[in-house]
Ligand binder design. Structure first.
Ligand code: GLU
Length: 547
């Protein structure tokens, strides 16, 4: 068979000689040991936690080694393309401080672009043409129906499904038949002529999983679709070679395709990159562990974290905890260090499923938010509210001076033990709602309605906004004593049966009346921030509420 003639017929015209591509995309001038990694999302509009997980690893590996991280958009499958998806991906990753050096919509060095696979059609076709000319790829005219019949036949015969070996009908078409099909205008795809043997098992060193066994590929996979666009597999090999990726870190769902990729690199004459297949994120669901699912788990979507207003550092800290087994210990020793100071290691990445636990993230989140100064917290809440907040939430961040006082109280100041009430921006802004709006009474009074009213009314009579904390508290004690409560905790503990309760119970009534909740920071300070008028109005309101 004259393969050169066939290549010319299938992909007519002048293509750049392949050496020219080698010159256009030269090896990168980087120090030894520098890794070039990438993120290669499809523009489906859905970017998830698994992507972030891999992105953080890729980012650390590249930048820690003095290498590069780039963003490539794998848009070969138009059916899955969603408008605005690239922007969304970029924004989502930027939020978590994933810094790309180059790539789609990044700016930076363009030597290795274009970064959208759809703009690289010529390049792929040049390589496909070369494979055809070398007899290593061929046109396949099988229709969808024929392929699904084949699948059924293989299933019935309990054989591996796919296009391979004796099942690959078009692999050995005669020259005459091929040209007859082409003359008849039959649509076709281009397939790899695989030389692999599934009896051959290869030892393969995965950077994350270690030594694994890989079965040689024997599938004649499609490399160029009928519209002249390559498949993911083929574009992966060509791009990761020309863009000079040194290390492909990707989700383990791609492990099954590894044999195909290895054969493609080999047949194209490209040195193979190193690969690391990252384990999937799992979730404990009752007794079982399962993969996080798009349908069942909103926390899989990255938007979930931005919408709720998780501090990016908190999510990153948790991801690093999951990614590197020694991170947690390091972080305990260096809680305030830049995360880049941690020496990330591919070898320490988990080899099997990683359990993702939102409660753990929430714990970390509370700790991280508690490290912020009131000013930093303000800035964080403000920018979150502008993007995601409701009108009410935006209103609560409008007055900076006022909110700073609230935050100083609610978080504590200086290095003394900080409160850890805040988990996310949304939760924090709602948590402090009582500083802005008269609260619903969320916590129930633990005294009778009569007693509650008696306490509130006695307090109102003595209340003076100018009182300092000591005087204020002395008055609360007086109110307590006048209504049969122990003014001192000591007294109460010595003889609880002698009292209606203690001063703490009285303070709780005041607290619920003013804030709606029984668990708040210092009540005197809250009253100072709210101001006399608000305090009186709320206490009066709570008395009117005779429930
Ligand atoms: N486009 C593939 C994806 O969206 C990329 C896989 C890879 O990293 O090679 O998952």
């Amino acid at each position: 068979m004259d393969y050169k003639k066939l290549a010319e017929r299938l992909l007519p015209g002048e293509y750049l000689p392949l050496e020219e591509y080698e010159r256009m995309y030269p090896p990168r001038a980087l120090p030894t040991g520098a890794e070039v990694t990438r993120l290669a999302p499809s523009p489906t509009g859905f970017i998830h936690l698994g992507n972030l997980f891999v992105a953080i690893a890729n980012e650390r590996i590249a930048h820690q080694s003095g290498g590069k991280l780039y963003l490539r958009i794998e848009d070969t499958d138009l059916k899955r393309k969603v408008d605005g998806a690239v922007e969304a991906v970029k924004r989502a990753l930027e939020y978590f401080d994933i810094r790309f050096d180059e790539g789609a919509e990044i700016g930076g060095d363009d030597t290795y672009g274009p970064w959208y696979q759809r703009q690289r059609g010529e390049i792929y076709r040049a390589y496909v043409k070369d494979l055809i000319a070398r007899g290593r790829a061929y046109p396949c005219f099988c229709t969808e129906e024929e392929l699904s019949e084949l699948r059924e036949q293989q299933t019935a015969e309990k054989k591996i499904t796919g296009y391979y070996g004796a099942y690959a009908k078009c692999r050995n078409l005669s020259e005459e038949k091929i040209y007859r099909n082409l003359d008849a205008g039959k649509p076709y795809v281009i397939r790899l002529r695989s030389m692999g043997d599934p009896e051959h098992k290869l030892r393969f060193r995965d950077e994350i999983k270690g030594e694994i066994t890989v079965t040689e590929n024997d599938q004649d996979v499609v490399i160029l679709k009928s519209d002249g666009i390559p498949t993911y597999h083929f574009a992966h090999a060509v791009d990761d070679h020309l863009m000079r990726t040194t290390l492909v870190i990707r989700g383990e769902e791609w492990l099954a395709s590894l044999p195909i990729h290895l054969e493609l690199f080999d047949v194209l004459g490209f040195p193979r990159p190193r690969y690391g297949h990252n384990c999937s994120l799992m979730k404990q669901d009752g007794e079982t562990r399962r993969k996080l699912s798009k349908r069942k788990d909103p926390e899989l979507s990255l938007e979930f974290y931005r919408k709720a207003g998780y501090l990016p550092r908190a999510v990153k800290v948790y991801m690093l905890t999951l990614l590197n087994s020694n991170f947690e210990e390091w972080y305990l020793k260096h809680p305030d260090a830049p995360l880049e100071d941690f020496s990330f290691s591919v070898r320490k990445m988990s080899k099997s499923g990683t359990l993702f636990d939102l409660d753990k993230l929430n714990d970390i989140s509370r700790n991280e938010l508690a490290k912020l100064s009131a000013e930093e917290m303000y800035d964080f809440l403000f920018s979150w509210a502008q993007e995601w907040g409701s009108d009410a939430q935006r209103a609560r961040v409008a007055n900076r001076e006022y909110l700073l006082r609230v935050l100083a109280l609610c978080m504590g100041t200086g290095s003394k033990k900080r409160r850890k009430d805040f988990e996310t921006a949304a939760q924090a802004i709602d948590h402090i709602a009582y500083f802005f709006e008269t609260p619903e009474q969320t916590d129930a009074y633990r005294v009778t309605a009569e007693m509650k009213n008696a306490i509130l009314s006695a307090f109102l009579q003595t209340y003076c906004a100018a009182d300092d904390a000591q005087v204020w508290f002395a008055k609360v004690k007086e109110v307590a004593a006048s209504l049969g409560f122990a003014a001192e905790m000591k007294e109460y503990r010595a003889a609880p049966e002698a009292y209606a309760g203690s001063v703490a119970d009285v303070a709780e009534v005041l607290r619920i009346a003013v804030t709606g909740g029984a668990n708040t920071p210092d009540l005197w300070t809250i009253m100072q921030i709210l101001g006399e008028e608000q305090v009186k109005a709320r206490i009066t309101g709570a008395m009117e509420d005779r429930s």
